[in-house]
Design a protein around this ligand. Structure first.
Ligand code: GLA
Length: 745
């Protein structure tokens, strides 16, 4: 039994180092400390661990549904064979050596070369609130929202300290962890591996869910059984990447969208990362998320520290959907700093798919006029507006030279932008806003910047600098590169009435000069993001990485929305957007209605279908030239834009229920319910014709059983009827879509 009323005996040899916590020291009921047993209590989650009194190791007790009072201690199997005791217990922060052969959370190469560690409990503190993470994005909250426990571990042999931070957001059943490693010794050490969090589950049988894909095929959910040995995903691209998202869910094999236990883990980080899941010989399942050890090798001199990014863990007993809603609420309220987090996302028109690089001041003013006539409220000028000596007329030149191309803009940007912002959206008194595309971290060799600063481009000695989309990556780890970006962005934003920035990033990093450059780049990039978004808080910032190549919680700290994919085919987008919604709030997704045949897939879908899918993203837009549209399609746009504006508050602030998934059903369905439950909107799709088949039912979720709901076009039904029996919506076209509003009576 793990006693929760008496203090455990301290580890031998540590008496002098132990603090003397008492129950009275517990700062709130969200963190309760009894001796050296720790309990983090959320509304529906308990997270418990304690110090092993003989080894000083931190032992996991429980992460899941509520447990109270004393809890039974794990009975450890007797030691037979090669696995030592540390390999037979569930550990909070596994270090290397001493018989735990599973993946460690930390590996430090000491001054004299050893990589064995012996991190033992030394002390702890509890505070209301949550300190910022130095130089890194992080969830935030007041003392009413969050309580933070920090446990110091110390290795007497290497003089390395590890401060484990646990913040509990009790309303969100979320435990946020990070670790700070300090070299307290006299020589240099190297941190070779550092996970932000590690947890050992006592269960043999779990499924893992990750989000994988590639360019234009992001965020496809993959569910598989956790097998013996290690399995996982990660990025070594220098960015979170299209290939795998820094996210993991572990679920009971019986868990569905709407029922069962689910644990979600999301790394608040944008660089290379590692997600490892390991079922060990004893049957426990370990999950670790953190910096990618292949690209770390972080040197610490005496007194220096390395702070890991943080990892958000949420627990749900309401299935995968419940897990997602916890992430969405937490991220909307306690991660995204922008004032636009949950409001004011004007319907926009982006020039990329419509005009590509082919425009000038006069044609964009015309396009903006046409956009305004349709009801658009934000005109976004995408790639192609810059470059003097090396004009950006295609993707072969210009990146790095952020001066308007005089051939396209003979009078600079301010004058056409004034004309555009002088327009008004049809039938409103709303002035059109203007936004612009940039890709600040990149450089084309065909640019003045590259000729002046070839050393600013990422390179490894004399190895060839590999081009990708004809461009190289600037080394944002260098302070002079950070300052260059901050300066030109400040000048650009001050040069014209610009209220929106699309910040793109169109390649991974190939020739990293050293492993630690990866994380140094991120620290530099976060400095740039933080400086600019603080300096220009009224700008609506959109992140982008060749589509969803940089859709992560780190970017969301600064930018409230991210372009979800360069694949604008609405059918594909259902999968991509619902996959992305496993962890990220729909408010954060940029989604556009584009022309047909679709540029990526060649598919033609009805205009309403394309519009309905796009309006499930928080930032709805058009990505086309209306002048090239069939008359019927064009005539449908004003109505779709109005509808997008009507549903938008529910998308930005509401709770999302994935009623049926495109991978399981020909009829995917999504419900958004407003925060106070008074309104809801259903999106329902038929993705292929089905002949001579009974008409399926949409069964709702998340409604109030006892309340009555007026369902647009259908009548009034109780929440119980809608959830348990459902409604039928026949389609008379081969593919079709409907949007239906519900009002609680
Ligand atoms: C990337 C983006 C697109 C567009 C182009 C411009 O691919 O994802 O939306 O901005 O770059 O070059």
């Amino acid at each position: 039994m793990v006693r929760f009323t008496t203090r455990l005996a301290p580890a031998a040899g540590l008496v002098a180092l132990l603090s003397c916590p008492t129950v009275a020291q517990a700062a709130s009921s969200n963190v309760v400390v009894d001796g050296t047993s720790f309990a983090l209590n959320g509304e529906n989650v308990s997270y418990r661990f304690h110090v092993d009194n003989s080894t000083g190791d931190l032992i996991s007790d429980h992460f899941g549904g509520i447990v109270t009072g004393d809890i039974p201690a794990d009975i450890v199997s007797s030691i037979n064979g090669w696995v030592g005791e540390p390999g037979r217990v569930r550990r909070e922060f596994p270090d290397q050596g001493r018989g735990d052969f599973r993946t460690p959370a930390i590996r430090v190469r000491q001054t004299d070369g050893y990589t064995v560690s012996d991190l033992q409990y030394q002390s702890h503190t509890v505070i209301q609130g949550k300190p910022e993470l130095p130089g890194l994005p992080a969830t935030f909250g007041t003392g009413d929202d969050v309580t933070t426990l920090t446990v110091r571990l110390y290795d007497n042999y290497s003089s390395v300290a590890a401060d484990l931070s646990y913040s509990i957001f009790s309303k969100y059943d979320a435990v946020v962890r990070s670790v700070n490693v300090t070299n307290m010794g006299k020589g240099n050490i190297t941190v070779e591996a550092l996970a932000s969090m590690s947890v050992d589950f006592p269960f043999e049988d779990l499924d893992m869910i990750t989000l994988s894909g590639d360019w234009a095929r992001e965020a496809h959910p993959q569910r598989r059984k956790v097998q013996y040995g290690t399995q996982g995903v990660g990025s070594s691209a220098g960015y979170s990447s299209h290939l795998h998202n820094p996210f993991l869910a572990l679920v009971d094999p019986a868990t569905t969208e709407s029922s069962g236990e689910a644990w979600g883990f999301s790394l608040v980080y944008t660089g290379s990362f590692s997600v490892d899941v390991e079922k060990g010989s004893q049957g426990f399942t370990r999950a670790l998320l953190g910096l990618n050890p292949n690209q770390l090798s972080w040197s610490l001199g005496p007194g220096e520290s390395l702070t890991s990014p943080e990892c958000v863990s949420v627990y749900s007993n309401n299935g995968i959907g419940g897990m997602s809603r916890m992430f969405h609420r937490l991220y909307r309220n306690h991660l995204i700093k922008s004032k636009f987090a949950t409001s004011d996302r004007p319907p926009l028109l982006n020039s990329w798919e419509g005009l590509s690089f082919n425009y000038n001041a006069s044609t964009i003013v015309d396009l903006a006029q046409e956009s305004a006539d349709l009801g658009i409220k934000l005109f976004v000028l995408d790639d192609g507006w810059f470059g003097v000596k090396y004009p950006r007329d295609d993707d072969n030149a210009g990146l790095g030279d952020w001066t308007p191309n005089p051939a396209k803009f003979p009078h600079g940007l301010a004058s056409p932008v004034d004309q555009i912002t002088g327009l008004q959206a049809a039938n409103t008194s709303t002035d059109l806003r203007f936004g612009i595309w940039v890709e600040p971290e990149m450089v084309n060799p065909n640019s003045t910047l590259y000729h002046e600063h070839p050393d600013w481009a990422m390179h490894a000695g004399s190895y060839p600098r590999t081009l990708q989309r004809n461009q190289l990556v600037l080394n944002v780890a260098l302070p002079e590169v950070q300052d260059f970006i901050i300066d030109f962005m400040t000048k650009l934003l001050n040069s014209a009435d610009i209220s929106y920035i699309k910040w793109d990033n169109n390649r991974g990093i190939h020739e990293m000069p050293s492993p630690s450059t990866d994380h140094k780049y991120m620290l530099g990039m976060y400095r740039v993001f933080d400086t600019l978004t603080t300096r220009f808080p009224n700008v609506l910032w959109e992140g982008c990485g060749s589509g969803g190549g940089r859709f992560d919680a780190g970017v969301l700290q600064y930018f409230p929305q991210i372009w979800a994919s360069d694949d604008t085919d609405a059918m594909e987008r259902i999968t991509i957007q619902l996959g992305t919604s496993l962890v990220y709030p729909p408010s954060a997704m940029g989604a556009h209605l584009s022309a047909v045949p679709n540029q990526q897939t060649g598919r033609t879908l009805p205009i309403s279908f394309r519009g309905h899918v796009a309006m499930m993203g928080g930032s709805f837009g058009l990505e086309l030239d209306p002048a090239d549209m069939p008359a019927d399609d064009k005539a449908a746009l004003p109505g779709l834009i109005k509808l997008a504006e009507k549903v938008n508050p529910l998308i930005l602030k509401g709770d999302l229920y994935r009623l049926s998934l495109p991978e399981d059903s020909n009829w995917p369905a999504v419900l958004f319910i407003s925060e106070n439950g008074s309104q809801a909107v259903l999106f329902y799709f038929q993705t292929a014709p089905r002949i001579n088949n009974s008409i399926p039912r949409v069964r709702f979720q998340g409604l109030d059983s006892a309340a009555m709901y007026k369902v647009e076009g259908k009548g009034v039904y109780s929440g119980a009827t809608l959830m348990n029996m459902g409604l039928q919506f026949p389609f008379d076209t081969d593919v079709g879509s409907i949007v239906v509003f519900l009002e609680k009576e």
